[in-house]
Design a binder for this molecule. Structure first.
Ligand code: RP5
Length: 164
């Protein structure tokens, strides 16, 4: 059963969103991914939300660029947590999507990631699911340990260039 539903506003977002799906897969999280637009296919978006809720999805990740209303449109129709992923594109280089996603009216929060922050969207979804999943908590902790080791390794590599 999919626990996370990733929705992107256009198939053109796919390459930017792909690290989100890769990270969910690496963490062993069951997810589904689809394309639907808040503006171009509002009825389809509405049906996707209803079907996902009925199927047991726990978290939505909504990626969109430009006047990115997808995450907000989903948040308006569900009580499940919605993670917004602003996608860079167009004349405003992602600032349009960032502000459209983050500046929600009081009462309808969207947990907004950085512009193109696809990996963090997956990790944040995992952190929500990990509240009730000890194994997932362990995977996230292990992943942080690996990141810390990589920083330590980088520090040693750079230091060794200048200090023999
Ligand atoms: C948004 O408009 C999409 O999420 C995408 O980032 C952007 C451009 O979409 P296309 O014109 O490439 O379909 O709705």
């Amino acid at each position: 059963m999919a626990l996370v539903l990733v929705i992107m506003g256009s198939a053109s977002d796919f390459d930017t969103v792909a690290p989100c799906m890769d990270t969910l897969a690496a963490l062993g999280i069951d997810f589904e991914v689809t394309v639907s637009s808040a503006h171009r296919t509002p009825e389809r978006t509405e049906k996707i939300i209803r079907d996902a809720e009925a199927a047991g999805v726990k978290v939505f990740i909504c990626a969109a660029g430009m006047a990115a209303h997808l995450a907000g449109a989903v948040a308006a129709r569900t009580l499940l947590p919605v993670i917004g992923l602003p996608i860079m594109g167009g004349a405003a280089a992602g600032m349009d999507a960032l502000l459209s996603t983050v500046q929600m009216p009081s009462g309808f929060p969207v947990a907004t990631m950085a512009i193109n922050g696809s990996k963090n969207a997956a990790i944040f979804a995992a952190q929500i699911l990990a509240l009730e999943d000890c194994e997932l908590q362990h995977k996230l902790a292990t992943s942080r340990k690996i990141m810390a080791e990589e920083i330590d390794q980088g520090a040693m590599t750079i230091a060794s260039r200048y200090h023999n």
